[in-house]
Ligand binder design. Structure first.
Ligand code: ZN
Length: 288
């Protein structure tokens, strides 16, 4: 079997392909095709959920609940998501996109070699793309809004500002039209030179700054997109956004909008869940 060719980076949501493997599974059968428009969830950093949609042939149609990462060893061992026993790109393994179905046993027509049509749920994809781009913009705006609180240089983010995101981000969860990011404001961040006390005392002011920055970026209508080093799921991909301050480029395996003019607005809320945990909630209200 050869590595799945993935086309989501160019915005594709439909494809014709041939089935290369079908595996029954109690949590939902997994289908592999030669070429797919589905974006899978990354099991090592599951920030963006995998695409949902359907696989259809002349004989019938099945629902794809979520696209996932899969891999097959040279010896024929097939594994999905967190069950993959090796690191991404490990030798002796071929990397695939699996399409997890809502049934444990695949229908009789869904077999190796079958010609199928793959259709991604476009509304969900677009919502996730808006959520992911908004999430990155909010992180960059957060870095700017707290830049004055560093007493030492923590390293630079994608726009050259002090990298709070890189130092403190613990988890990032993207959903349709939004995201939730958690940051750890513990001892190690303080040791790295961040003034957590002043930050906690000025939270509303920081939030206002972030929202003003986001409004300016949305108004700029900057181009946004995905660059890729190759056609398989393990090739490196980057998000690039041509902001007025300069191009922001970061490693990212997700999907994104093509222009910030897609957004009516982006807003964030900051909240201290406990003295050491900052939660940033990013929301993309429907465009007017
Ligand atoms: Zn990303």
């Amino acid at each position: 079997m050869s590595a799945t060719v993935v086309t989501f980076a160019s915005g594709e949501v439909h494809a014709e392909s041939l089935v290369s493997a079908v595996h029954a599974h109690p949590e939902g059968a997994v289908v592999v095709v030669e070429r797919t428009p589905f974006h899978p969830v990354d099991h090592t950093w599951p920030d963006q959920p995998g695409d949902a949609g359907s696989i259809t042939s002349g004989a019938g149609s099945v629902n794809v609940v979520e696209a996932v990462m899969a891999a097959v060893s040279d010896e024929g061992a097939f594994a999905v998501g967190a069950d993959i026993p090796v690191k991404r790109g490990a030798e002796g393994w071929t990397w695939l996109v699996g399409h997890r179905l809502d049934v444990a046993e695949p229908p009789a027509w869904l077999v190796e070699g079958a010609a199928v049509t793959l259709d991604v749920d476009e509304a969900r994809r677009q919502g996730l793309s808006r959520g992911h781009t908004a999430c990155h913009l909010a992180s960059l705006a957060l870095d700017i809004a707290v830049a004055d609180l560093w007493r030492k240089d923590p390293g630079a983010d994608a726009l050259g500002n002090p990298d709070f995101e890189g130092r403190a981000n613990q988890t990032s969860r993207i959903h349709e039209d939004g995201s939730v990011d958690e940051y750890r404001l513990g001892k190690s961040l303080r040791k790295a030179g961040f003034d957590t006390e002043t930050f906690a005392a000025t939270l509303p002011e920081r939030e206002t700054r972030i929202n003003a920055q986001l409004a300016a970026w949305v108004a700029s209508g900057a181009a946004s997109g995905i660059e890729t080093d190759g056609p398989t799921i393990i090739d490196r991909r980057r998000w690039r956004c041509e902001l007025p301050e300069g191009d922001a480029v970061m490693l990212c395996g997700g999907t994104h909008v093509y222009s910030l003019s897609t957004f009516g607005s982006i807003t964030v809320g900051l909240e201290m869940r406990d003295p050491q945990t900052l939660v940033m909630t990013t929301t993309v209200p429907p465009a007017p």
